[in-house]
Ligand binder design. Sequence first.
Ligand SMILES: Nc1ncnc2c1ncn2[C@@H]1O[C@H](COP(=O)(O)OP(=O)(O)O)[C@@H](O)[C@H]1O
Ligand SMILES: [Mg+2]
Length: 304
Amino acid sequence: MKLLELVGLIAASSLFIPTTYSEFIDMVIWLMFQIMTLCLVAFLGGSLSSKLKAKERELERKRDLEKLYGALQKANVNKARLLVNVSHNLRTPLTSILGFSELLLTTDEDDLQRKEFAKIIHSESQHLTLVVSDILYLSQLEAGEVEWHMTETDILKMATESVNTKQGLALQKKLTLTVDSGATSSLVYGDFDRLKDVISRLIDNAIKFTIEGDIKVGITNDADNTRLSVYDTGIGIPPDIKDRVFEPLEEIYKTEHKDVPQRTGLGLAICKSVIQHHGGKIWFESEPGTGSTFYFTLPQVRTR
Ligand SMILES: Nc1ncnc2c1ncn2[C@@H]1O[C@H](COP(=O)(O)OP(=O)(O)O)[C@@H](O)[C@H]1O
Ligand SMILES: [Mg+2]
């Protein structure tokens, strides 16, 4: 535009042919003045637009910082809540251990009663150990301090081993526990022991939250992923709490199901972290009163 103006100006001035020397000088001065004005406008315009761009960049940086600040604040609130829950989860078994050991020391109960107290102390100590080791495992996972042993490994083998170990627990509750594979290939690249632990935790939950019926572990695959599912006919998960079950220490059924043993509230948070480390996804479908199915998928190892 400015260049066009300049060309137009020179063209227009060329129509005016100076006849005297002073007219010629006037025309040269006038032309120089026009050119200088144009240069000034171009310079001011340029510096204005670079100033605008800098301002825009500054605003963008401010927005990014605000986002980061919000995320940090949320993480801080989550950590504080986790700390409260952890303290609570540690204090409950500790209070019990303290109370029953005091009873053992101070009362003159018969041997049978004393054995009962000792049994409670033993099972609460076991639970305490479980809570502490899960807290440590989850914090190591979150801090990226876990040593992974990644190999080409078979998910059906993991599932079969987990099911075999949990058979006794299922039998105690008269639940049937089976594994079934319809997969053409169940090879994934991952840490055998840690993935097997994920399956065991999902089976543990299925047994824990099922009163009667079946638990089925299934394996399927498509072209890219292998999918494992753990189906149960248990109490189910209400839709309003579905976003919270993968949060650490969300013991949702605490009040309604006090009789459910061995809870740390960290199991699903651990499962999520391990599956995500393998580039997979974990989720569930559930209907309260009918049952739940937990799924995870892992990228498949391609066989040539
Ligand atoms: N199969 C299931 N059926 C019903 N509820 C479940 C199931 N699995 C998990 N949940 C819910 O998700 C919560 C979190 O599970 P988890 O992290 O494994 O902790 P925990 O087993 O120690 O309670 C459980 O307390 C329970 O409320
Ligand atoms: Mg659990």
